[in-house]
Design a protein around this ligand. Structure first.
Ligand SMILES: [Zn+2]
Length: 257
């Protein structure tokens, strides 16, 4: 299979891009609503805009600003806000996918210094790819794992064969009507990663997949990338995932089990 998996980074655009994670005195571009690029849609403090610094060639880059609070993060949103945010994001992501303009559309989130993100203010990204279908690289086994919780049409597990490395949590629904429960579970896992993870962790990614009739969110705690993965494509798993699953059940699902 001769599939394209390289996106070109546009150096001249990237050079001007602010970085409020590395440079703490950089003014936050998302707090200044007048300075935003084109607003595509909004629902209260949740705003979808075109990316002012589209660094990726052959793509259409949009940014989903999650909140008007520069210091808030996903672990502390009230439940209704989290649900509204997920529903808004998924709606726009699937809409872009259905437009037929792109080979595929990716929906993801960077949080923290090890996540690959550059702006601290909570946001996600929805990016239409003209030349790449992300599904070409997926395998069912990336989403299989030890079940932590399964109820109300939503499965939460921890990967036994992670796509990249170590700990990957999968939140899976097979019906779009289940987005609210998915939002609740994503928030619990984000809270676990930032507050209760066995190693101190200030960074994570969320990746969304529209895969075989399911909507899947993969939540990944981030640390420095493993050299074995970079150099040899060898993924590592961790010996403590059973304990982690039990801890999460105890901490977040005690009443429902
Ligand atoms: Zn801000």
């Amino acid at each position: 299979m001769n599939t394209n998996r390289h996106l070109k980074f546009l150096f001249n655009v990237g050079r001007d891009k602010p970085n409020s994670i590395r440079h703490k005195d950089t003014l936050c571009p998302f707090c200044n609503k007048e300075n935003l690029a084109e607003i595509l849609d909004e629902d209260g403090p949740i705003i979808l805009v075109t990316n002012k610094y589209p660094t990726l060639e052959d793509t259409y880059q949009t940014v989903l600003i999650e909140t008007d609070d520069c210091n808030a993060d996903m672990s502390i949103y009230d439940k209704d806000h989290m649900r509204k945010l997920l529903s808004f994001g998924v709606k726009h992501w699937l809409h872009m996918e259905k437009s037929g303009k792109f080979k595929s559309v990716i929906f993801y989130k960077n949080h923290g210094p090890n996540s690959g993100g550059s702006i601290k203010h909570s946001h996600m990204q929805i990016v239409g790819l003209e030349t790449i279908d992300y599904k070409d690289f997926l395998q069912d086994e990336y989403f299989e794992g030890i079940t932590i919780h399964e109820a109300d049409g939503c499965i939460l597990n921890v990967s036994t064969k992670p796509q990249a490395n170590f700990t990957e949590f999968n939140i899976i629904i097979d019906n779009i009507d289940k987005l609210d429960i998915m939002a609740d579970n994503i928030q619990k896992i984000v809270h676990y990663i930032l507050i209760n993870y066995p190693a101190k962790c200030d960074s994570f990614n969320l990746f969304f997949y529209d895969w075989k009739g399911k909507i899947i969110c993969k939540a990944v705690p981030r640390f420095v990338t493993s050299p074995l993965l970079l150099g040899y494509f060898i993924s590592q798993t961790s010996s403590n995932i059973d304990k982690m699953a039990a801890d999460i059940q105890q901490l977040y699902f005690k009443d429902s089990n």
